[in-house]
Design a protein around this ligand. Structure first.
Ligand code: NDP
Length: 335
């Protein structure tokens, strides 16, 4: 039986204490299975939450870390007709365990991704751009000319929101934290298609209402952060608009003032990509179509290659440390 290196954990806790590079055995490739060589796998905030045991789904032990990543098919079971060696694939569901050199899985556990887009785009397409895409398509009944406001705008999801929204003819108001290189980040987000980029502090100033002389009040708010930052979004929204919470980076509850509900009738809800995928698991065509459409956006240059720091697999701690630090780019493990 073959074995490969994988980042394994047998209990929950801080990654320094629980995550170890170990040899794991690969099961034989069954009729309906694929053997896949992992090429690249990002470290996302949810991966850290899963290691800590605070995420909504927790794989059984021993578990392999990582939920997202790009693999290349090496071997195909005798009954698999829609995959061949050399194809690129990404996992469908969370909990796949992507931080490993190779994996044997059911062919239905992965979907294809086009090989003519950059490797880093393919490796990061299945979670963050999909989340941005769904939130913009499924909430707020948005039409060209409408406005979306979001906090955590520099996150990978936020950057995808800016780009997909621009393609839909929407304006975006993008809230970021103040930082030493503020102008650089503002310029970068504007180059992606952001209409406005403002800091959390600037959003609270009275003169911010002047913005709405030039831009419609938001029909949709996307909340990546929670806490005061979420409350500040509500203050600027249109009557009857929707706030979707998808992240909790501040680890604080979302404060909803009674006046936002009574006088503005704001609809407050959440979105979880994993649940959406699970609801669509019986027929993978919709998930495949979304990934294909996002790949097409990459090809057209509408969705740029994400700014990623590439980390050799054995140096995984560098990537995990960076993911828990502020003002850090997305780190991707390269197998
Ligand atoms: P990234 O790792 O790309 O970026 C994290 C972002 O969070 C950065 O922009 C960072 O801001 C910001 N941030 C970190 N800590 C704080 C804080 N204390 N207060 C305010 N902002 C903070 O993240 P992802 O795009 O991969 O994910 C973003 C969020 O979305 C996460 O919470 C993730 O779990 C969630 N998510 C949810 C999904 C769903 O289905 N609901 C799917 C995908 C992601 P800065 O740039 O200033 O450092």
């Amino acid at each position: 039986q073959q074995a490969c290196d994988a980042l394994v954990y047998n209990r929950h806790g801080h990654y320094d204490d629980v995550l170890q590079l170990e040899k794991v055995l690969l099961p034989p490739v069954g009729d309906e299975d694929l053997r896949i060589k992992m090429l690249a796998a990002p470290v996302n905030p949810a991966d850290i939450n899963m290691l800590q045991g605070t995420y909504a789904i927790l794989p059984p032990f021993p578990a392999v870390g990582g939920n997202e990543g790009l693999g290349e098919v090496l071997e195909v079971g005798s009954k698999v007709c829609d995959a061949k060696p050399g194809d690129w694939v990404i996992p469908v569901d969370a909990g796949f365990g992507t931080w490993r050199m190779e994996v044997v899985c059911k062919a239905t556990d992965v979907i294809p991704v086009a090989k003519d887009i950059p490797l880093l785009s393919a490796a990061t397409l299945g979670v963050n751009p999909c989340t941005a895409y769904r939130m913009l398509k499924d909430f707020g009944n948005l039409k060209p000319g409408d406005t979306v406001i979001q906090n955590g705008a520099n996150s990978a999801v936020g950057q995808a929101v800016i780009q997909i929204a621009a393609g839909m003819g929407l304006s975006t108001i993008n809230i970021i934290r103040d930082r030493p290189n503020l102008k650089e980040l503002k310029d970068k987000l504007k180059s992606l298609g952001a209409s406005l980029v403002i800091t959390e502090e600037a959003l609270q100033k009275p003169e911010v209402t002047n913005l709405f002389k030039d831009i419609r009040r938001p029909k949709l708010a996307l909340n990546c952060v929670g806490g005061h930052s979420a409350g500040n979004l509500l203050a600027h929204m249109e009557y009857g608009s929707t706030m979707v919470t998808y992240g909790g980076m501040a680890k604080k509850p979302v404060p909803v003032p009674a006046k936002a509900l009574i006088f503005k009738d704001i609809n407050v809800c959440g979105f979880w990509m994993t649940q959406w995928k699970r609801n669509n698991m019986h027929d993978l065509s919709e998930i495949k179509a979304m990934v294909a459409e996002l790949a097409e956006m990459v090809r057209r240059g509408q969705l740029s290659v994400p700014t990623c720091t590439q980390v050799p697999f054995p140096d995984y701690k560098v990537a995990l440390d960076a993911t828990t630090r502020a003002y850090s780019s997305k780190h991707v493990l390269m197998m």
